[in-house]
Design a protein around this ligand. Structure first.
Ligand SMILES: *Cc1c(COP(=O)(O)O)cnc(C)c1O
Length: 237
């Protein structure tokens, strides 16, 4: 396993997928999903060109921040976030991908208020309506988006999804396309045209090329960069 080679290979496939879709590869950010990785592995990934790391767990985020392991990159929070842990994430993560309830949204807004900052967020959508997964239902999304746009210390940047692990190639394209439509709907209803709501965080090691074909602007890739994880810590929860 050669991390540098893996990163280059994923970046090449990302660029090819963007071009095939008639898109500028610069419009797709590679976020390295670093759960279970060491400080050393994260530093090596950044040295090899990674500019965004995505962390799942508050404990790992805190430990890597203390070690200054993300120096040279920004860190995003991509895992399930409990309301009582927002203080460890707000102001530390450049983007929180996983906001999926009014309660969590209000907790983030209030913590950002305390810090005197505006926190960038995405709303996570349970696009495949899986019981085991977090994310707001498609029906509840418009109201949550409206609330997010009205929170003074939160800046809604877009949407995120974790569709099921697809067993067939192209199996998740329909979900990725739905996500694009959800984002277009939110933008269409926005009265405030100062906000920039343009981020679609979707696609993982097995399906990021399909996600890019459907408009992903940020793909979260772990295994294809770092190899299989030492213990199961998938996005399921
Ligand atoms: C682990 C994880 C990823 C990356 O998964 P891979 O299949 O290893 O690429 C992406 N998003 C989230 C939220 C994750 O937890």
């Amino acid at each position: 396993m050669d991390l540098t080679q893996n990163i280059q290979a994923v970046q090449q496939k990302l660029a090819a997928a963007a071009k095939a879709a008639g898109r500028d590869p610069a419009g797709v950010t590679l976020c390295a999903a670093t759960k279970t990785q060491s400080d050393a592995a994260i530093r090596a990934a950044i040295a090899a060109g990674i500019r965004v790391c995505g962390e799942n767990r508050v404990q790992e985020l805190t430990a890597h921040l203390e070690a200054d392991a993300y120096a040279g990159a920004e860190v995003h929070f991509i895992g399930h976030l409990q309301t009582n842990k927002v203080r460890y994430v707000v102001g530390r993560a450049a983007l929180i991908h996983s906001v999926d309830s009014e309660r969590l949204l209000r907790a983030i807004d209030s913590q950002a208020d305390k810090l005197g900052i505006v926190q960038d967020i995405l709303l996570e959508v349970n696009v495949a309506r899986e019981e085991s997964k977090g994310g707001v239902t498609p029906e509840a999304l418009p109201a949550l988006a409206e609330l997010a746009l009205s929170c003074p210390h939160v800046r809604l940047r877009g949407l995120m999804a974790i569709p099921p692990v697809s067993t067939v190639s192209g199996g998740n394209r329909k979900y990725f396309a739905q996500m694009r439509h959800f984002l277009v709907d939110i933008i269409g209803k926005m009265s405030d045209n100062y906000s920039v709501v343009d981020c679609l965080s979707m696609g993982m090691s097995g399906d990021y090329e399909d996600a890019i074909a459907e408009g992903a602007t940020l793909v979260r890739v772990g295994t294809a960069l770092f190899g299989p994880r030492p213990y199961p810590a998938g996005p399921a929860r």
